[in-house]
Design a protein around this ligand. Structure first.
Ligand SMILES: NC(=O)c1ccc[n+]([C@@H]2O[C@H](COP(=O)([O-])OP(=O)(O)OC[C@H]3O[C@@H](n4cnc5c(N)ncnc54)[C@H](OP(=O)(O)O)[C@@H]3O)[C@@H](O)[C@H]2O)c1
Length: 376
């Protein structure tokens, strides 16, 4: 089987990571890579002109799928819905949300079987929440997507035509907190997520804040409150039955830009109601290990038992894993859950392919099972 596959937004960071993964994927055959009409200078150039790591060589030319040999030499074209639909069964949208909101439904209407959107355009199910957090992104009200976090929505993926790949910080936060819904007899007061994100999370377009002299060495609080991923984190966790006292979910997030190229780390500070019992670290570790027993890409670290480093994006570069560790802070009635991942892999392209593998009944890990590069 070779499933004709395209990438729109191929010149961006997420698009480049999709191309790297699809180049070695035995089932998804990369045959279309497009850039917007406002970048005519790129049209007709090979993909390797913007992603030099994808230049062909003798080793990849020998790959059975031939993707490896052809990925870098694939000619970039100007995005056209009809052409993408004519050439592709599957299209990955690595585009800004305004663009995805228009292209996703149009591609499906034109005959594309599956669209996997990496933007936030279709992530939120609740239309009121979507309008609140993304007021400029209008989408057809009748068009719903499956939120493509396999650990949450595995059963819904096989029938999906539109898959909304989760945000990178949201993925780390949801995976860090989801198992807490299985805690018995513990009432939670509130949750605060402290997030750190590398520079590739902001995309490839140059801004003054992204210049090397400005970005290097920073610990920049770019969203101290009101990060838009909070909405999808709440929607996902409420759907799993996680709540704080009084109903609903009191959950906030502060995010800092840090001096990493790739990588996301979150520390979720979970305040337990003082009148409730405080679970032990051993209980938490068992809970998390049970919750992720069958998860191919979630590794739970019990730091008191294992001689491995705690979750750190540095150890995850290029891999699709999310590492999680659990702690209890008895002095202030707090649980601390730390999760780390590579934002372009489990936080974007890797997870999008994981969801698409499941959509097509392929082994979930196909094409995305490499260990990280370390030191990276
Ligand atoms: N980076 C991450 O860590 C990450 C993680 C999860 C999700 N995401 C989401 O994935 C999407 C892509 O992110 P990114 O970081 O790869 O951004 P990026 O580096 O800025 O890439 C965006 C791509 O979309 C293209 N594009 C813009 N307008 C277009 C149009 N009208 N038609 C066709 N293509 C158009 C851009 O081309 P030009 O540059 O020529 O305009 C570029 O190729 C975003 O929605 C982002 O929120 C990113």
């Amino acid at each position: 089987m070779s499933i004709a596959t395209g990438i729109i937004g191929a010149s961006g960071f997420a698009g480049g990571e999709l191309a790297r993964l699809l180049a070695g994927h035995p089932e998804f055959g990369l045959c279309y890579a497009s850039v917007p009409g406002h970048s005519p200078d790129l049209v007709g150039k090979p993909l390797a002109a913007v992603h030099p790591h994808l230049r062909a060589g003798r080793a990849v030319e020998a790959l059975p799928s031939k993707n490896g040999g052809s990925a870098g030499s694939l000619e970039l074209v100007s995005t056209k819905t009809s052409e993408a639909a004519r050439r592709c069964e599957v299209v990955f949208l690595a585009t800004p949300p305004l663009v995805s909101a228009a292209l996703g439904p149009a591609l499906l209407a034109a005959g594309v079987e599956v669209v996997v959107d990496l933007s936030p355009a279709f992530r939120l199910r609740d239309p009121a929440l979507h309008s609140k957090w993304y007021p400029a992104v209008s989408r057809p009200p009748e068009r719903t997507a499956v939120y493509g976090l396999p650990e949450l929505n595995r059963a819904l993926l096989p029938g999906a035509d539109l898959i909304a790949a989760p945000g990178c910080l949201a993925t780390a936060a949801i995976l860090a907190l989801m198992p807490l819904s299985g805690l018995d007899g513990v009432r939670l007061s509130s949750i605060t997520i402290d997030g750190k994100a590398g520079s590739t999370g902001s995309g490839h377009r140059l801004r003054s804040s992204g210049l090397h002299p400005v970005r290097s060495g920073v610990v920049a609080p770019y969203a101290p409150a009101g990060h838009r991923h909070v909405a999808e984190i709440q929607e996902a966790l409420l759907g799993k039955g996680l709540a704080t006292v009084g109903g609903g979910l009191r959950l906030g997030m502060s995010v800092f830009g840090v001096d990493l190229v790739r990588g996301v780390s979150v520390a979720a500070h979970v305040i337990v109601d003082p009148d409730s019992r405080l679970p032990s670290e051993g209980e938490l570790a068992s809970l998390y290990r049970d919750a992720y027993r069958d998860a191919a890409f979630v590794r739970v670290i019990h730091w008191r038992e294992e001689a491995v480093p705690l979750p750190d994006p540095k150890t995850l570069t290029g891999s699709n894993y999310c590492d999680i560790a659990v702690f209890q802070d008895a002095d202030c009635g707090r649980l601390v859950i730390v999760a780390a991942l590579d934002n372009l892999m489990k936080g974007a392209a890797g997870q999008a392919i994981q969801a698409c593998n499941i959509r097509y009944g392929l082994p979930e890990t196909l094409g995305i099972d490499a260990f990280a590069v370390y030191p990276g």
